[in-house]
Design a protein around this ligand. Structure first.
Ligand code: A2P
Length: 297
């Protein structure tokens, strides 16, 4: 396992288990399996509706809570200073823990930015109080970061964004690097390009000819497309959080630390960027979606 160091000195395993779209029924087992296999980093979110099951999986695994880097996200309906402080209580209550390793704002919501600023102030307070070991943001584009940094006193440690070979967000990665913010990739194996129900016209990056060719030429690696994409992310210094609820694939995704891609292979994957995102545009208002109420613990 490779560890990454955040801008405040806190370390985290570069590879964690993602649980976006893991049903509550499947989540506890996936988390338990991952932890038993050696994963020590789990990424969830209030909006995923499975924080409780993440906590169950953590306890069932027998792994010491302090040995796991636990990350969750505040949904926009909980933005605002007091509401965000309360969102921390909801999240820790559901997870069954006292502290979080990383708490991030899930969306930039540019048309409600004053609430974003207030929410971030609450994160800064939680950080000052030692309730969270690091704070950050998600889905922020460079202009959202600039706006936040104008009033923030703690630079976010992490910006979690959509990032896979078809959407590499070079400008976001550069802005993050400039401010010492770790880029964390959601959908690092391009799940967003093949999730059922997200549009039939999508081309799955898993079947991309270049990825397949790298897997084939890289016969010496004997690896799968998912493993090649994870290795690409890790070698470029990103945090990656592939989602799987399937035990074999959870294991496969963790087995990426005994091979490496050449500079040429990394560059060929970089060149696949289409500049077209698979997920929603963070600048487009989605009021009813953002207003979804997050349950109490
Ligand atoms: P499953 O949970 O059935 O394994 P991402 O994290 O990039 O969004 O990708 C998640 C998607 O990729 C899910 O549909 C997941 O399904 C699938 N997946 C996870 N790991 C692998 C793998 N090693 N090979 C193929 N598909 C995978």
């Amino acid at each position: 396992m490779i560890d990454l160091t955040l801008n405040n000195g806190v370390t985290l395993p570069a590879l964690g288990l993602g649980v976006f779209q893991s049903s509550p029924e499947d989540t506890a087992a996936a988390v338990e399996t991952a932890l038993r296999l050696g994963y020590r980093h789990i990424d969830t979110a209030a909006a995923y509706g499975n924080e409780r099951q993440v906590g169950e999986g953590l306890r069932a695994s027998g792994v010491d809570r302090d040995d796991v880097f636990l990350e969750t996200k505040v949904w926009p309906s909980d933005y605002g200073y007091e509401k965000t402080l309360h969102a921390f209580e909801k999240a820790t209550g559901k997870l069954g823990v006292d502290t979080l390793d990383l708490l991030i704002l899930h969306q930039p919501v540019p048309d409600r930015f004053e609430l974003v600023v207030d929410a971030y102030r609450a994160l800064e307070q939680l950080y000052a109080d030692g309730r969270v070991r690091a704070i950050g943001v998600s889905n922020f584009m460079p202009h959202h970061l600039e706006k936040l940094l104008a009033s923030a006193s703690v630079v976010p440690a992490v910006n979690q964004v959509e990032l896979h070979p078809y959407f590499t967000q070079p400008a976001v990665q550069a802005a993050n690097a400039q401010h010492g913010i770790l880029t964390q990739a959601w959908s690092p194996i391009g799940g967003i390009t093949f999730y059922p129900g997200w549009g039939d016209e999508r081309v799955s990056v898993m079947q991309d000819p270049t990825i397949v060719e790298i897997v084939e030429i890289a016969g010496q690696h004997g690896r799968s497309p998912a493993q090649v994409m994870l290795r690409w992310g890790i070698q470029q210094g990103r945090s990656v959080i592939p989602k799987s609820t399937n035990p074999e694939r959870i294991a496969q995704n963790f087995d990426v630390f005994d091979f490496s891609l050449s500079a040429e292979e990394l560059a060929r994957i970089d060149a696949l960027d289409t500049g077209v995102r698979g997920g929603p545009d963070p600048d487009v208002p989605r009021d009813s979606f953002f207003d979804r109420v997050i349950d109490e613990a």
